[in-house]
Design a protein around this ligand. Structure first.
Ligand SMILES: [Zn+2]
Ligand SMILES: [Zn+2]
Ligand SMILES: [Zn+2]
Length: 103
């Protein structure tokens, strides 16, 4: 099952939210469609708090969800290593769950 979601990164506008290249450049996550698809089961991305933005700063997409704000994740238990936050102590994605927070 594929779930279609409004693109988190551009909020469904299809435009690059940061105007990195120009005001009319396409969103890099949804390629300008304003919609993204994620394979079920879908879980909110804990690493970027569902924003699609990289929490480490800089104007790039989240390295865990690729800017979608959601992840395909089969897990249903909080990761013991990061306690469900998806982050390791250095701020990078947890090595056990890959930043998804669940395993
Ligand atoms: Zn988009
Ligand atoms: Zn994310
Ligand atoms: Zn983890």
């Amino acid at each position: 099952m594929i779930k279609i979601i409004k693109c988190t990164f551009c909020n469904g506008t299809g435009k690059d939210p940061f105007d990195l290249l120009s005001a009319i450049s396409k969103c890099i996550v949804c390629n300008g469609t304003g919609r993204i698809d994620v394979e079920e089961p879908v879980k909110k991305c804990v690493f970027c708090s569902e924003t699609g933005r990289n929490p480490l700063g800089s104007r790039i997409s989240c390295i865990v969800c690729g800017g979608k704000g959601y992840n395909h994740c089969e897990g249903n238990k909080n990761c013991v290593q990061c306690k469900g936050t998806g982050k390791s102590s250095d701020g990078l994605p947890c090595t056990k769950c890959g930043g998804k927070g669940m395993i």
